[in-house]
Ligand binder design. Structure first.
Ligand SMILES: Nc1c(C(=O)O)ncn1[C@@H]1O[C@H](COP(=O)(O)O)[C@@H](O)[C@H]1O
Length: 165
């Protein structure tokens, strides 16, 4: 199966968070490639990655980065393939810097921005899967199945009794 989703991150230190995207994609059997690409440290590679993405058949790029997280925005600047940005928690500012760097794009260069951390990484993958599911009934069926399981998990939740004061 040809690769459909690009999963890129600014450093291998982002993997602990970004693996949650990889695991979702793998669960749904979506072919993806995981790469380290940095706008700051490997700008030429970033250009090459973005410029070849369409020809290589990528349907979306999930890009995670922390701190001055320019990777998603620079990818979006160089390709019209949808870019889904994941703010990776940073050491000193807990990922608020990453979030603001990714979400505050200038008009005309969109990046779909997700939550900070592993929920954002997992949701970016689920969003990419939902995009693919528009043309893939089996993926649509599996997404609905997942939502049903998730709903039943919540409905089965119980809360502890409390003692009176
Ligand atoms: N934000 C970016 C970019 C970029 O946006 O191009 N390249 C690396 N980084 C981020 O720097 C952080 C620290 O990286 P190191 O752990 O390698 O020092 C990572 O969260 C990475 O995403």
């Amino acid at each position: 199966m040809s690769v459909e989703i690009g999963l890129v991150m600014g450093s291998n230190s982002d993997w602990e968070v970004m693996q949650h995207a990889a695991r979702q994609l793998k669960t749904y059997g979506v072919a993806f490639e995981a790469r380290v690409v940095s706008a700051h440290r490997t700008p030429d590679l970033l250009y090459e990655y973005a410029e070849t993405a369409e020809a290589r058949g990528l349907q979306a790029i999930i890009a995670g980065a922390g701190g001055a997280a320019h990777l998603p925005g620079m990818l979006a600047a160089k390709t019209t393939i949808p870019v889904l940005g994941v703010p990776v928690p940073s050491k000193y500012l807990a990922g608020e810097d990453s979030l603001l760097s990714i979400v505050q794009m200038p008009k005309g260069v969109p990046v779909a921005t997700f939550a900070i951390g592993e929920a954002g990484a997992a949701n970016a993958a689920l969003f990419a899967i939902a995009m693919l599911a528009n043309h893939n009934p089996e993926l649509r069926r599996r997404l609905l199945e997942f939502r049903e399981t998730q709903k039943n998990t919540v409905l089965a939740m119980t809360l502890p009794e409390v003692d009176p004061l």
